[in-house]
Design a protein around this ligand. Structure first.
Ligand code: TXA
Ligand code: MG
Length: 324
């Protein structure tokens, strides 16, 4: 495995070639780092599952460089999905759509639907463009962490998660700190009415501002639906430390809250974000910090409000649900 820390067009072309040859390339996106493979190469995709320790049958998101490639992977695309794609791609939004024949069972977990996203990171886009220039169709990329763990938001975190699992020909592209820090909003577009399956930076207000009104009632997040989204497993996104919401930390416990909250006496401050956007950006790296510093209890004051605060609370809820 090689880390490419200064990504030039030459190294990105090499990375695209390596993907096309069937190797894995971990790459930055604006949400979190992804572990990429050629989405049409069954063996390469099987290695993603192996490296992540992810049970097979969990579908993967296919990343493409532009919405003009959408109909290669998806069919029967409703008008509202086109409106969403125009409004928020490239960006932190994944659309679930009926699949074409290109999307095989090994990508979709045998579901009839495919998850598609155009990421907004320049390095990711350039990698996807170069990959498509070589005849590639799309790059399957889950978050670049071991199954059930916190998504990586910088290259050190990718290394900590996967370095001992990646092979000699695999690559990691360093694109600095992820701007958003939480995974993309997932929207199910397979019914007459869209449904948010995983909240993210594209929030319900933004979604409604482009498609609600004449077309729909307000769209809200609904996780009651029985759809195979692994992020909906109860103990997803969990660090080793036990996470508590709103409790009182004792001496030596970790503490994460907006900067307006003072640190309880004896607690170890892991992050003091100034606002909710910064909270999202710092959350995963501060949970990792707790694990690195062998802190076994972390107390978090979840941010209030809608938008990204809602996505933060969703992840916190999941990582505070204790494994038994
Ligand atoms: O921001 C993101 O979405 C990142 C970056 C790398 O793009 N990717 C990511 O992938 O978070 P992953 O695999 O860690 O989470 C994707 C979620 C999973 O919970 C998966 O089950 C769900 O999307 N998903 C993918 N395809 C699906 C499908 N066809 N139907 C329902 N859920 C799907
Ligand atoms: Mg993930």
């Amino acid at each position: 495995m090689t880390i490419i820390s200064i990504c030039t067009l030459t190294t990105i072309k090499e990375a695209a070639k390596s993907l096309k040859q069937g190797n894995l390339v971990a790459f930055p996106t604006e949400t979190v780092y992804g572990l990429g493979a050629d989405a049409t190469n069954k063996d390469a995709v099987a290695r993603i599952y192996d490296v992540k320790g992810r049970p097979t049958g969990h579908p993967l998101i296919v990343h493409i460089s532009s919405m003009s490639n959408l109909d290669k992977w998806a069919r029967d695309i409703p008008d509202y999905a086109i409106i969403l794609a125009r409004a928020f791609w490239p960006g932190p939004m994944t659309l679930i759509l009926p699949r074409t024949g290109l999307a095989k069972d090994f990508i979709t977990g045998s579901q009839a639907n495919i998850g598609i996203r155009v990421p907004a990171h320049p390095l990711a886009l350039s990698l996807l463009q170069e990959f498509e220039a070589l005849g590639g169709f799309g790059v399957a990329a889950p978050s670049a962490n071991r199954f059930g763990k916190v998504s990586p938001t910088n290259v050190e975190a990718v290394m900590a998660e996967l370095s001992d699992k990646l092979g000699i020909n695999d690559l990691i592209l360093d694109g600095g700190q992820s701007q958003i820090g939480l995974e993309s909003t997932i929207i199910d577009c397979t019914n007459k009415i869209p449904q948010i399956l995983r909240p993210g930076a594209v929030d319900s207000l933004m979604i409604n501002s482009v498609i609600a009104g004449s077309m729909f009632q307000n769209i809200k997040y609904d996780n009651s639906k029985n759809i195979k989204t692994s992020g909906q497993l109860e103990t997803h996104y969990a660090p080793l430390a036990q996470v508590f919401l709103n409790g009182e930390p004792k001496s030596g416990d970790g503490f994460i809250a907006l900067s307006k909250f003072t640190t309880p006496s004896g607690a170890i401050r892991l992050a003091s974000p100034q606002n909710n956007v910064e909270f999202a950006k710092l959350l995963y790296s501060s949970l990792r910090k707790a694990d690195n510093e062998k802190i076994d209890k972390v107390f978090v004051i979840p941010p209030e409000g809608e938008g990204i605060a809602h996505a933060i609370r969703d992840r916190l809820q999941k990582c505070s649900t204790r494994k038994s």
